[in-house]
Design a protein around this ligand. Structure first.
Ligand SMILES: NC(=O)c1ccc[n+]([C@@H]2O[C@H](COP(=O)([O-])OP(=O)(O)OC[C@H]3O[C@@H](n4cnc5c(N)ncnc54)[C@H](O)[C@@H]3O)[C@@H](O)[C@H]2O)c1
Length: 472
């Protein structure tokens, strides 16, 4: 199948490389000349496992990059639109990039095409895309519009794409669904997984994945509702974590107790400094706006968003209760990306927290395995970057853990202790056991668990007084 993917960001580039790995011929189109030049030079613009291998395997062969939308459309049967849908000032999705691509597609339609929304868009977008294409001269019979929402997570994007929990195809007519079925056939019939060179299967993957065929509107809603539900799970457990802090319970034990209920499940019950990234924050406000437009006041989403914002304030209060005044304090920070495994800092809670701490007059020395340079640019060089976790901790009044990179969970605690000016760790991601930290001589704050301080005899001490001071 000849496929065009418009947008070479986290979704478009990964989708393009994976479609090529499924055996299709793919042209990825972007209007960012710098990005295209880097891709054509063989560079990999984002940090994603297995993406370098796939680009190396298919670039110049089954995978091409171009700025010419019209010829990509002429040469393709399916055109996936994967451009950004950022929030506007009212919190609605800004669909101007999608509209501009739809106009560009209209003028180039030369035989039957399907136009597929891969970007996350509000319900009714498929109707609008159809109208725009018709308005710009295409014939009704020459194209169909489908919604094929993408559920990949940054950091594991390639394996999420190739080993998805499900593939949702929202198509209102059979001829359109048939094209999408053919594109995903190697995953749905399992043949991709038999190949010796297929990307390795992750632990939890169910193969082959189910294909769910819906109307275009249902598919659009599935994406917004999925993200809203996942964000709700995070805010729910963060609210429970706040109660744990007040009463001296341990949120990890509570998570184990509720997560083993198969109706609830353990995933996404991750207490911490809240969700961020380029999807959840904007998708929640966009979904709320869609609901409002339909006459439904989705107040549950207001609360999910409020709890998420409050979680960052609670963390700042924790830093204050550990250090008293903040002006002039030197803080080591581990993590800048919005989550582990990615270099994406969009709406990263770490960046938002650092910006607040800089405003309070703190000095920050931060380390992130992938997002350092992007973060420094975003924070306008207000931070110093370290080469590793120990350098970030060197001479600091306290160490803050803000992103759940795997390497931050396995630090040499003796070395860390030796580097810090005061052995204080404030962990926004619950990467360590409080008892272990106390036994290693740290005063340790985390989320939804008692703060602990070192016991002179070497055993951990529950520091109820420390916990109390973080109550809101
Ligand atoms: N990032 C994720 O984890 C993720 C997951 C699922 C869905 N999504 C959704 O997918 C969409 C894309 O997200 P992303 O993170 O890949 O965005 P991104 O900002 O990384 O990439 C978007 C790309 O589109 C290009 N672009 C914009 N206008 C264009 C035009 N007119 N012609 C050609 N190229 C154009 C930009 O230059 C950019 O390279 C969004 O709607 C997002 O909500 C993202």
């Amino acid at each position: 199948m000849q496929i065009a993917v418009v947008g070479s960001g986290y979704v478009g580039l990964v989708a393009g490389a994976c479609f090529a790995d499924l055996g299709h011929d793919v042209i990825v189109v972007d209007n960012d000349e710098k990005k295209l030049a880097a891709l054509n030079r063989g560079e990999v613009p984002i940090h994603e496992n297995f993406l370098p291998e796939l680009l190396e395997r298919h670039r110049g062969n089954r995978l091409h990059f171009s700025d010419d939308l019209e010829s990509a459309v002429r040469d393709s049967t399916a055109i996936f639109v994967a451009v950004g849908t950022p929030p506007n000032e009212q919190g609605e999705a800004d669909l101007s990039y999608v509209e501009s691509v739809a106009r560009g597609i209209a003028g180039a339609i030369n035989n039957y095409k399907i136009v597929v929304e891969k970007s996350t868009v509000p319900v009714y977008t498929s109707d609008w895309v159809r109208k725009i294409i018709l308005r710009n001269g295409a014939e009704n019979s020459e194209f169909d519009v489908a919604s094929n929402p993408e559920f990949l997570r940054e950091g594991t994007a390639v394996t999420d794409f190739l080993y998805p929990d499900r593939i949702v195809v929202g198509a209102d007519v059979e001829r359109c669904a048939a094209v999408l079925k053919e594109i995903y056939a190697p995953l749905v019939d399992g043949s991709y997984y038999q190949r010796p060179d297929s990307i390795p299967r992750p632990d939890r993957a169910q193969i082959p994945p189910p294909l769910i065929i819906t109307s275009a509107k249902s598919a659009e809603l599935i994406k917004h509702a999925s993200n809203a539900f996942l964000a709700m799970k995070i805010s729910f457990i963060n609210a429970v974590a706040s109660i744990c802090e007040s009463v001296g319970a341990n949120v990890q034990q509570v998570c184990q107790g509720i997560g083993t209920d198969t109706r609830i499940g353990p995933r996404f019950l991750n207490p911490g400094i809240g969700y961020g990234g380029s999807c959840f924050p904007k998708d929640l406000t966009a979904f709320r706006a869609v609901a409002r437009e339909c006459g439904y006041d989705f107040r549950l989403l207001d609360e999910v968003i409020r709890i998420n914002e409050e979680q960052r304030q609670r963390f700042i209060r924790k830093v204050r209760s550990a250090l008293w005044t903040l002006r002039g304090k030197k803080l080591g920070v581990l993590g800048l990306a919005f989550k582990g495994g990615t270099d994406d800092i969009r709406e990263s809670p770490a960046i938002l927290l650092i910006a607040s701490l800089l405003q309070e007059g703190c000095q920050i020395c931060a380390y992130d395995p992938a997002a350092g340079e992007r973060a420094k640019e975003e924070l306008q060089a207000g931070i110093q970057l370290a080469e590793n976790a120990y350098e970030a901790a060197r001479g600091a009044d306290a160490l803050l853990i803000l992103t759940e990179w795997e390497e931050f969970a396995t630090l040499d605690l003796k070395q860390l202790h030796a580097e810090l000016k005061y052995p204080i760790v404030i962990d926004g991601r619950n990467l360590y056991h409080p008892e272990v930290m106390a036994a290693n001589g740290f005063t340790y704050y985390s989320v939804g668990r008692n703060a602990v301080s070192p016991d002179p005899a070497g055993s951990s001490t529950r520091a109820a007084n420390l916990t109390k001071s973080t109550r809101s």
